[in-house]
Design a protein around this ligand. Sequence first.
Ligand SMILES: [Zn+2]
Length: 322
Amino acid sequence: MSGLRAAVVCAMGVWMCGAAVGQQAARRVAITFDDLPGTNSATMNAADIVAMNTELVGDLSAAKIPAIGFVNEQRLYHFGEVDERIHALDLWPAAGFDLGNHSFSHASLNHMPLAEWELDVERGETVTRMLLDEHHKTLKYFRYPYLDMGPDLMTMRKAEEFLAQRGYRIAPVTLDAWDWYFAQVYGDARSRKDTALEQRVVASWLDHSAAMFDYYEKKSRALFGHEPAEVLLAHDTWLEAEHLPELIALLRKRGYTFISLDEALEDQAYGSTDTYVSDVGLTSIDHWAVERGRPEAAGVKPEIDEWVQEKYKALAATKTLP
Ligand SMILES: [Zn+2]
């Protein structure tokens, strides 16, 4: 197809555009945000947290797509700011979006005894449950902090049993482009009003996202023969709040439509066996690939641009990053 003809077809709609360039037309993705009310909320004031969440929820509402946010309630408890921080959280269910539990203190199951971790999960549901209740919703999803599912198979299974007993369904991830990492460099540029650097970070993040989506789509096809409904991991940060429309446009261009987490998890891929114990958090697709003896089914994972890594490391050397 000539470039001109492709452009004409693309002008007829993004769905057809995806189909016209030979992509799978029925791509579907559920978008999820971790670390509410903000990955960097420990170093933000309540007014900024409210502004950031207002912008993010506004982007989602404008795009008319479903979303769920996973909460760390410890982030609410800052002296003199609790009401305002709870208000930032309430913006989500008030606008029709779902909330899930991401543990109270963002505790890694790989680095905390199971009993202690279970208490942290329980402690993480008080305010979230109350807010959901006010909006006639129920708390039903849990997302592992750092995607850490436990240091050994027995702990993994015991934690799964505990979560099921408390009524939780585990929220997996299949698409992860490490937005939180770029968000640190972006947030620093933003605080110094370095708009040129902000734009460079956004461009690098979007390029990396496209490369990672490509990688996981390929890996899905290699494992399942098709692409299951995907679950995208994103984070509650200024990067997402100020540039979500570009990420949504990127996904639409790749032929994705947006569905709820409930719908995504109806895909039978999510019933796949997983006995892989990993000391670093990985997506479900990475787990299933190891399970099937094909960890490199889509080749090597794309790397983040070196200059972004250098800036991140320089920041990490001067302050504690999330
Ligand atoms: Zn998190």
